[in-house]
Design a protein. Structure first.
Length: 321
């Protein structure tokens, strides 16, 4: 599921399938809620319309807020603006069905939900966000149930207990939709990621004249929340000199999980090598280096360990021959 996050931190990249699934779901729910509001408009009092608009706007804002907050971690301003815009739009459109007071209620609820959701998404890990996004999406769908309850007259008598089936069926349908939709988005994203990683890439190392027989030189650049290469090919038992250049405005890491012979990097803080792990940390617009020797052939992963960065595309393969 975590691979579904493939957005660019500056907003320049395309949204992944998971984000698109959530956004399309919110659009469909908005259409359904507005249609129900128009059809049953005469059955709702002013207070009912305000309640519906507030509930819907708040939950839409929270959903997109957490979604964009996690997707664009490190750029809180961008995620907040997007979340506010969508939350305000959804709450206002819902309120239009019931009058001016409902529009204001929905607008302010969407504003508040978008702002709080974006801040929450900025602070939590990607794997923690999925449960919250699904919860808020489920609550957004529950607006349909609330509208169904409020449309009944205040003194209406319940003549049968079959009414309890409606919220149960609605809850089941919403849960199934969210679970199935998430699975489809995840599977498609994993397929796309695997296809990308299996593409043909030229070897990512070069040799200098003095060390051609013994040392392999690798250069990785981080820019726009992506590595310059997603596949590196080296030979075992030959020293690798790795240079990591960070061109972004936030910190990045390169963690390589492969058996190596460690060589101490005493001059650089927060990086070094140990058996089965090599770690480099580069501050914004900085370059760091590390040296290690892979000892076992195989395919290993290198990744940025900052929460959310792997899901944005900062991941690749190290192939040791």
């Amino acid at each position: 599921m975590k691979k579904a996050f493939t957005a660019n931190k500056k907003g320049g990249g395309l949204l992944g399938n998971y984000q698109l699934f959530i956004l399309i779901s919110l659009v469909l729910l908005t259409i359904v809620v507005v249609a129900m509001g128009i059809i049953w408009r005469k059955k709702f009092r002013t207070m009912h319309g305000m309640i519906i608009s507030m509930f819907f706007g708040m939950n839409v804002g929270l959903t997109v807020g957490v979604l964009f907050g996690v997707t664009y971690q490190g750029n809180l301003f961008h995620s907040t603006i997007l979340s506010l815009a969508i939350g305000v739009l959804a709450g206002s459109v819902c309120g239009l069905c019931f009058g001016l007071l409902s529009v204001l209620e929905g607008l302010m609820a969407g504003l508040m939900g978008g702002m709080m959701g974006a801040m929450l998404g900025e602070m939590i890990r990607v794997e923690q966000s999925f449960s919250l996004i699904q919860l808020f999406l489920f609550l957004t769908g529950c607006t349909i149930f609330i509208m169904g309850v409020l449309k009944n007259p205040k003194n209406a008598q319940v003549t049968t207990k079959r009414w309890i089936l409606k919220p149960i069926v609605l809850s089941i349908l919403l849960s199934v939709y969210i679970i199935v939709g998430n699975s489809l988005a995840e599977n498609f994203e994993n397929f796309s990621s695997a296809d990308s990683l299996n593409g043909h890439h030229p070897p990512s190392y070069t040799s200098t004249d003095d060390t051609a027989a013994e040392k392999q030189v690798i250069v990785i650049e981080a820019d726009e929340m992506k590595y310059s290469t997603n596949q590196i090919v080296v030979e075992k038992n030959r020293t690798v000199h790795l240079t990591f250049s960070n061109r972004d405005q936030i910190d990045h890491y390169v963690e390589i999980n492969a058996p190596v012979l460690p060589i101490d990097n005493e001059s650089i803080h927060h990086q070094g090598t140990e058996y089965n792990r090599t770690l480099l940390h580069a501050e914004p617009n900085n370059t760091v280096t590390s040296t290690f020797t892979p000892t076992e052939p195989g395919t290993y992963e290198f990744v940025c360990t900052v929460p959310g960065h792997k899901e944005s595309g900062m991941v690749g393969r190290l192939i040791v021959r």
